[in-house]
Design a protein around this ligand. Structure first.
Ligand code: ZN
Length: 329
């Protein structure tokens, strides 16, 4: 296969801290012979495992980038055994635009794997992760949040996998990250996901959904910072003690967890994130705003659990994800 056009300005084999870029040629109207410069940091100290840490897979999710820009500046190589590779904003064009997907090619990074060295900008970045960065890694953490259109209770997740030994290593890493909620996810459609690319290579992979609404709070950023340190300590890469607090284990057994909107209008939630709900309980009503006096459309929980995610904006459309209810384990 063709060589990826991305070059790195850092030496992944060199000890110490290096701040640099993944340099992707992108000749365009504003910059003939220009390049996209995706920031990255490598912190290495001797032999040991490698952790690959990413945020901004979706460009409007901020806990990961905030935690990783901080960690890149503050991580002391003397406290590291092995290597940490940090890419705080993986889909950098999307991140710069404050959008979920890339403004250059509309690419959704988490649907673009394994990517292609001859594809779109997003596919070229995906291919670089697939064939260069992921093979270097033993431990992989990819931060997500709800973006502009969703809001979540803060959780860390691992996936149900066919290889139960690998699934156990991922579940242990999820517990070490120690978000307030922990979820074993069964992906409904894993095609093109970074998660699947990492898992298929046998890596220990965890992900998060730490909040949303297109911003980050002091609380959710704190969870991200504590979680990534815990993850590195658990991996044996960073010295220190795990900072563990109570976590609630949740499960999303099947499609009944997902409530999809089948109307357009004004969203009136009846339950807030983190609240207990029971099967048949009214979760939300959607008002038809074209006229006054019309009946609302009602949405009910299909199982007992807690409200784990909700549509964030005040207006909602047909086919939008309205809510997610997860079961307590
Ligand atoms: Zn995301």
């Amino acid at each position: 296969m063709k060589t990826n056009p991305i070059s790195s300005t850092v030496d992944f084999e060199k000890d110490g801290t290096q701040h640099g870029f993944l340099k992707l040629p992108h000749s365009r109207d504003e910059s003939a012979w220009g390049s996209l410069m995706i920031p990255l940091t490598v912190v290495k100290n001797g032999k040991g495992p490698t952790a690959l840490l990413t945020g901004g897979n979706h460009g409007d999710e901020y806990e990961g980038p905030i935690a990783l820009f901080n960690l890149a500046r503050d991580l002391n190589p003397a406290q590291v055994s092995g290597r940490v590779i940090l890419v705080p904003a993986m889909n950098y064009p999307a991140f710069q635009a404050g959008k979920r997907t890339s403004p250059i090619d509309s690419g959704n990074m988490n649907r673009s794997f394994p990517g292609s060295p001859e594809g779109s900008i997003t596919e070229k970045i995906a291919d670089y992760f697939q064939r260069t960065l992921l093979p270097m890694a033993d431990w992989v953490l990819d931060f997500h949040s709800g973006g502009k259109t969703l809001d979540f209770v803060p959780f860390c997740a691992a996936h149900k996998l066919e290889d139960k030994e690998q699934e156990k290593r991922c579940a242990d890493a999820m517990q070490a990250f120690n978000a307030p909620y922990s979820i074993m996810l069964l992906e409904i459609d894993s095609t093109g996901m970074y998660d699947s690319a990492a898992e298929e290579m046998g890596k220990v992979f965890i992900t998060t959904e730490l909040g949303g609404k297109g911003t980050a709070t002091a609380e959710t950023v704190g969870i991200a910072k504590r979680g990534v340190r815990n993850f590195l300590i658990h991996a044996g890469i960073l010295q220190g003690m795990l900072d563990l607090r109570p976590t609630l284990d949740l499960d999303m057994p099947d499609g009944r967890c997902y409530i999809t909107c089948e109307s357009n209008g004004l969203l009136e939630m009846k339950v807030d994130l983190g609240e207990d709900v029971s099967k048949g309980q009214l979760l939300a009503e959607v008002h038809d705003v074209r006229r006054t006096g019309s009946e609302t459309e009602a949405y009910f929980s299909q199982l007992d659990g807690i409200l784990t995610a909700r549509h964030a904006p005040g207006l909602i459309g047909f086919g939008d994800s309205l809510a997610v209810v997860a079961e307590k384990v």
